[in-house]
Ligand binder design. Structure first.
Ligand SMILES: *Cc1c(COP(=O)(O)O)cnc(C)c1O
Length: 324
């Protein structure tokens, strides 16, 4: 399908999302570090979405989407397939809006993630990753039970909701020269670009991917969506095989560039966050900061925004990153 057939959200949709989230999503803090400012001779502003409800920005997009369901859709409920933060965001939003939620997860997904999703009140349906097709299972369930499928990034209302995090940052911190944003399927980056275009048109916005999963960078370079095999990286929230079509249509003309970082650089960033800033960040959540540090962009003298996208990490796994 040609991209000009897509309906793209605008900044007005981000503003409408912000009104729906008022009083429901946290207005997350913006953290500073004198150590890093001195080291880079710049001013860094960290938007702490690791302190958002359910531990990541994904609550913003999920709630924005579900709160616009028709009465009939609410009755049928919502369906999502995810083993990560999107699942928990959908489950929490569905609970707040009092609608049923089914999350389709691989049967070997971490027990802690399944438990967290169930705690928010969703029903977990498992499938075998090697023998079953999750999209077919989801489509069948959606049809049988009259449920509405909400994808994690390739969705108009999800993108508009994700854009509210950068909107808050630009409103609180004027005159940013740069903004660094983690990049998986592109929901957060495309929403952030909508906010940047409206509130800080001079700000250069960079997406940051794991170097083994640089499908977004390849897509930007080639001018068409590139699909890659599931990448191996500790950034499990950025293991998408391809950007979404709607995100790509928004990112392609507006992003300054897409950078990549190694797993080792992510681990260094996690240690910095823990040791110097006293904050828990998941590997994917550290992509933007690692990109600011290692992406080769000269930041001296600049005002730099960094979105910390999430903080959900299994404690044993987290401890092993810090200890290595
Ligand atoms: C989902 C997620 C991302 C990637 O977001 P996209 O909208 O898919 O690009 C980054 N960080 C965290 C913590 C996430 O949960």
């Amino acid at each position: 399908m040609p991209s000009n057939a897509l309906t793209l959200p605008t900044y007005a949709d981000v503003q409408a999302a912000a009104r729906r989230l008022e009083g429901l999503a946290h207005r997350t803090p913006v953290a500073r570090s004198r150590t890093i400012d001195a080291q880079l001779n710049a001013q860094l502003f960290f938007k702490c979405e690791n302190q958002q409800r359910m531990g990541a920005f994904k609550f913003r997009g999920a709630y924005n989407a579900l709160s616009q369901f028709s009465p009939e859709q609410r009755k049928g409920g919502v369906l999502a397939f995810s083993s990560g933060n999107h699942a928990q965001a959908i489950a929490l939003s569905a609970r707040l809006l009092e609608m049923p939620a089914v999350i389709v997860m691989p049967e070997d997904a971490p027990a802690s993630k399944m438990a967290a999703t169930r705690e928010y009140g969703a029903q977990v349906v498992t499938y075998n990753r090697f023998t079953e097709d999750r999209e077919a299972i989801s489509a069948q369930l959606a049809q049988q039970r009259g449920m509405t499928l909400i994808p994690p990034f390739d969705h108009f209302d999800v993108i508009a909701g994700q854009g509210t995090a950068a909107k808050e940052l630009f409103e609180e911190v004027p005159n940013l020269d740069y903004l660094f944003v983690c990049l998986g399927g592109g929901g957060l980056l495309s929403g952030s670009l909508l906010a940047a275009q409206a509130l800080a048109p001079q700000c250069k916005v960079y997406g940051v991917e794991p170097e083994t999963g640089n499908d977004g960078q390849q897509s930007l370079r080639s001018g068409a969506l590139v699909r890659i095999p599931t990448p191996h990286t500790i950034a499990d929230g950025a293991q998408s095989q391809s950007l979404g079509e709607i995100p790509f249509a928004l990112i392609q003309p507006a992003v300054e560039d897409i950078l990549t970082v190694s797993d080792e650089q992510l681990v260094q960033a996690l240690r910095f966050f823990a040791e110097r800033m006293k904050i828990v960040v998941e590997p994917t959540g550290a992509l933007a900061f690692a990109g600011a540090l290692h992406g080769g962009i000269a930041l001296a003298g600049a005002r730099v925004g960094v979105i910390i996208s999430g903080g959900n990490v299994d404690l044993q796994r987290y401890a092993s990153f810090l200890a290595d």
